[in-house]
Structure formats: structure tokens, C-alpha cells
Design a protein around this ligand. Sequence first.
Ligand code: SG7
Ligand code: ZN
Length: 259
Amino acid sequence: AGCGWGYGSKNGPSHWHEQFPIAKEGSRQSPIELKNAETKYDSSLKPLTLSYDASSAKSLTNTGSSVQVDYEDGTDRLVLTGGPLCGKYRLRQFHFHWGACDDHGSEHILDGTSYSAELHLVHWNAEKYCDFAEAAKAPDGLAVIGVFLKVCNENPALQKMLSSLDCIKKKGSKVEFTDFAPCALLPPCLNYYTYLGSLTTPPLFESVIWIVLKEPITLSSEQMTKFRTLEFTGPDDPMQDNYRPPQPLKCREIRKNFQ
Ligand code: SG7
Ligand code: ZN
């Protein structure tokens, strides 16, 4: 590794355990493979309730490992409740993982299917913890909604973000990004799988209550191509294959809110 973690052959997911032993030693690492037949319908799971406000969007950043939209999270303006959660979780940011080609790129695998990309809406438990950093280390600190992206029809809701990617090609670049409600990125049906897991990047903290939606959203292959114009470290290093492969399930149960 040496120069920090990434997704390359020398610093990618198979090396992460060298600096972050939890990668192998942990008991609830993410992502995982979701096999519908092995999941359990739980009638006590509530529907997801999202109250998102477009005006809290702040910025769009090339983090060097993904593209991320950050939200103002000082107050309860964008909250997720219900589902498997106790209390309110505030939206902090959303970001994506994708492949070099359309036939792979998602982190979770659903019944053997790798989707072209996966959207993560990252929320933190603001009732129990003071800030995001504290929540990110706690077993019930984060709730991430995962949404699969499938190449099919163009997605108009993604256009605003995609047309700003030209301004943030380089690692660390950031532009103002406002008036964006992430509900526009959700599929019509919010049926989900849920399990206890981790961040999918170092430090791989085991702090995430994962909520993975069953129904994908779509985008066109031209839109998918646009993600790959971002750079990891420079012009000869396109940002792609920025996903971690599935990890052992170990003793976990995967529940779902639908039959
Ligand atoms: C992405 O995934 C980034 C990270 C995020 C990480 O690489 O968006 O966010 C920042 C601020 O760099 O890490 C702590 C955190 O949110 C892991 O998030 S994920 O487990 O949802 N993939
Ligand atoms: Zn992610």
C-alpha cells in the first residue's frame, strides 16, 4: 500500500486489511451478496419515511474515490426514520460506486446480479450522537440507503449532477451544488433488505445499518459513461471500479420488509 488506500492493484480492497485489520477480522463487513431466498420477511419492519429538503444541498466534490454531494446537517432538515431504525437519522451526503463497464460496478450483489453502479445515501444518528465523526464509530451510528443503478432509460434526475462533473474532474475539486432533493433519485417502490454492516471503504467501521432497495433506478449508457470521466489521481487514471467486492456474511441475518 504505502501511499494510502485506493482501488488500484497495489492499494485496492485486497490490501486494505494490511492497514485496517478489521477488513478480515471484522464480524459485520460490507458489502455482501443478497440472496433473496436466504432472507427473512419481517412483518415488524416499518416503511421508510424520508423527509428531504432540497435547499440543504451544499457542494459536489471529487473525493478521489467517488463523487459526493454534501448536505447541511446541523439541524433536522433531511431526516430518515422508520424501516429498521430507532429514531431519526440525518442525511450527511450521497455518493456512488461504479464499474469500468456497465456489467459490474455495484457493491451489493442481488441474486447474482451486479448492477452498473450503486448510490449510497449516508445518514447519521443525530439523536444519540453529537456529530457525524462520533456516529461513524458507533454500532448504530449510521444508516445508509443503497440504490442500484441499471443501464436502461435516461434518468433526468441525474442530469443536474452529471452536467457538473466537468468542473470536478480532478481529485479534491469541489463546486457549489444547491437545490437538490435526493428523493428524485429513489425508485417508486421503497421495498428493502436490511442487515448490520460496515463502511465499504477504510476505516471500514462496523457502524452501518444497511438498507438496500430492491428496485433499481435507471440511467442511460451515456450517463453512465459520464461518471468515468472523473479522475482518481490524474488524466491517465479514470475513476472506475471504485467498489469493494462482497464480504463474508458470517453470523448475520438479512431481513426484508416485503414477501
Ligand atoms: C465514499 O464512501 C465517500 C466517503 C464514505 C465512504 O468513499 O463518500 O465519504 C467521505 C466523507 O469521504 O465514508 C465515512 C464515509 O461516509 C464509505 O461510505 S459507504 O460505506 O457508504 N460506501
Ligand atoms: Zn458507498
